[in-house]
Structure formats: C-alpha cells, structure tokens
Design a protein around this ligand. Structure first.
Ligand SMILES: [Zn+2]
Length: 110
C-alpha cells in the first residue's frame, strides 16, 4: 500500500472509532513494516491534525520456517514497500506483528 493510503485508512478508522467527535489527543504506534514511517505520519499530522499527538515506532516481529523468530531484517524501504528477510536464512518470513499502524490511545474533547 502507498503511504498516503495507509494514512487515509488510519484517519478513517480513527474517525469511526471516536464517532466523529473532536479529538484532544492520540497516540499512534507505527510498525516498521506498516508501509509508512513515523516521520511521514508526523509530517501529515503536523499539517492536518487539530489534536495533540504522540508517535511511537514499534519493531516488527517475524517467524520463519527455518525456526527463526524475532526482528525482521529490513533490506529496503521505498514508497510504502518494505523489503525484508529472515536474518538467519535469508528467506521471506511471515509477519507476526509490526505491519500496522495502531491508535493505542485516544482522548476526545469534553
Ligand atoms: Zn529463516
């Protein structure tokens, strides 16, 4: 997914989650395989958000058929496409976590 699409989806989920109520603050968790970086989200929010925000970057976790389980080895990241592999055998592992942007905390205005 393109970074813009990831952000659009995220904002839609956020609005649905708060039923359109004005936000006071939100905390975002950006997975390193989510297709956007914390910096991209920050730039977007600085221009578009009328609430306070905090962005945390979270490491991805992968599981490979060779038995490896742990952090993904990121080879390349460009335009929302993150290329990664197993750091043990070089195969493409399965993503356990870290491929999403989550809203971990939201406060709406009183
Ligand atoms: Zn492996």
């Amino acid at each position: 997914m393109m970074p813009d699409q990831v952000i659009t989806n995220l904002m839609e989920d956020l609005r649905k989650g708060t039923k359109g109520m004005p936000l006071k603050s939100a905390v975002f968790e950006v997975g390193e395989l989510s297709g956007i970086t914390a910096k991209e989200l920050e730039e977007y929010l600085q221009e578009n958000a009328d609430f306070e925000f905090l962005i945390e970057e979270t490491k991805a976790k992968v599981r490979c058929r060779c038995g490896y389980e742990g952090m993904a080895e990121i080879i390349d990241s460009e335009d929302g496409e993150v290329v990664f592999m197993c750091s043990k055998c070089g195969d493409i592992p399965e993503i356990v976590s870290g491929d999403k942007v989550k809203v971990s905390e939201v406060q709406v205005k009183d």
